[in-house]
Design a protein around this ligand. Structure first.
Ligand code: DON
Length: 325
């Protein structure tokens, strides 16, 4: 890192200038008072609408953070691309995609629908993510207990974050499980259509899904996970190869087409980079071969995306040509 610094060989050579621009956009978005904090469980409802954090980690480990970047929040749906990546790494794309599709659903993230093959549309919506959890839970190692599988997955996440300790919010987990009628309905609907791998225990599978949503992270940590994706699966901080490049390619492709709920098409059009948002207001953004960005602000727009997060991305693309096309 030091040698590169002397030679000015960083992917963003004028990093200080870049950070100044990020700062400017940050303050502009701070004034955005649109949106509502998720209220389906009390732990999310209590989150302050004023929280606003931006963290950046480049593929060569340059970092910048501003605002509420160390406050823990539950990862919620931002776990979906990561658990999908782990499943791809363990099982390969062919196996994973014999259970879940690659098509945007064009519907709500928790809609009770399957595609024409009677598979969930993609791993970024609830049905698909529940299926990915079933795969991790059964095919990857049926002999593992739920506890072992949780530790195993947690360890993967921590390696994606450069060996940082992540948390687990038990209150959120318990609440998720209490308010999960729709997720149970999705599970039963998929079981009715014989979507699951053999030996899948539905209740355990859903518990595992709620646990993955209840992992606690911070803006800083999630930006590092994003940078691991931006760097083809090698964490820029630990230099460990955590995911295979072919798994990362699949993950980014589906984040690009399906990561932003029913705004995914517009986001791909306007911003043009892979991203995934979650109901706690987190947004994982990947600029391939450049950096990972995490944006976190709890107020959500009508489609479920963080208002400040989306605005930040749109402003960023006005200033820098990160759009893939
Ligand atoms: O399954 C749920 O209802 C939530 N825990 C999922 C969270 C979320 O961010 C929605 N995303 N697709």
């Amino acid at each position: 890192l030091i040698t590169r610094a002397f030679r000015r060989q960083f992917i963003i050579p004028e990093f200080q200038d870049f950070c100044k621009d990020i700062e400017e956009i940050y303050w502009k978005c701070k004034d955005n008072s649109n949106g509502k904090v998720a209220s389906y469980i009390p732990q999310l409802k209590r989150m302050s609408p004023n929280y606003w954090g931006v963290s950046v980690c480049t593929i060569d480990g340059q970092r910048f953070s501003l605002g509420d970047v160390s406050i823990p929040f539950t990862i919620q749906s931002c776990n979906k691309p990561l658990t999908y990546g782990i499943a791809l790494d363990l099982l390969g794309s062919e196996v994973v995609h014999s259970y879940v599709g690659q098509e945007p659903s064009g519907r709500n993230f928790n809609e009770l629908i399957l595609d024409h093959n009677k598979k969930p549309h993609n791993p970024m919506i609830n049905a698909g993510a529940i299926m990915v959890c079933a795969l991790l839970k059964t095919v990857a190692g049926p002999e593992m207990s739920l506890a072992e599988k949780f530790d195993f997955t947690m360890n993967y996440f921590e390696r994606l974050a450069g060996n940082e300790d992540l948390g687990f919010n038990n209150a959120v987990f318990l609440s998720e499980r209490e308010c999960a009628d729709r997720n149970y309905a999705l599970g039963f609907y998929m079981r009715e259509h014989k979507c699951f791998p053999e030996n899948c225990k539905l209740k355990e599978c859903l518990d595992f899904y709620f646990q993955c949503c209840s992992l606690e992270t911070s803006c800083d940590q999630l930006a590092v996970m994003g940078s691991t994706l931006a760097n083809g699966g090698i964490c820029p901080l630990s230099e460990e190869k955590v995911l295979k490049p072919e798994s990362v390619r699949d993950v980014l492709s589906l984040m690009h087409s399906c990561g932003m709920y029913d705004y995914s098409g517009q986001f791909a059009f306007k911003v043009g980079v892979p991203a995934k948002s979650g109901v706690s207001g987190g947004m994982l953004v990947v600029i391939p071969n450049v950096m990972g960005i995490c944006l976190w602000s709890p107020p959500l727009d009508a489609l479920g995306n963080s208002c400040r997060g989306v605005q930040f991305c749109e402003e960023l693309i006005k200033k820098f040509n990160f759009h893939r096309y």
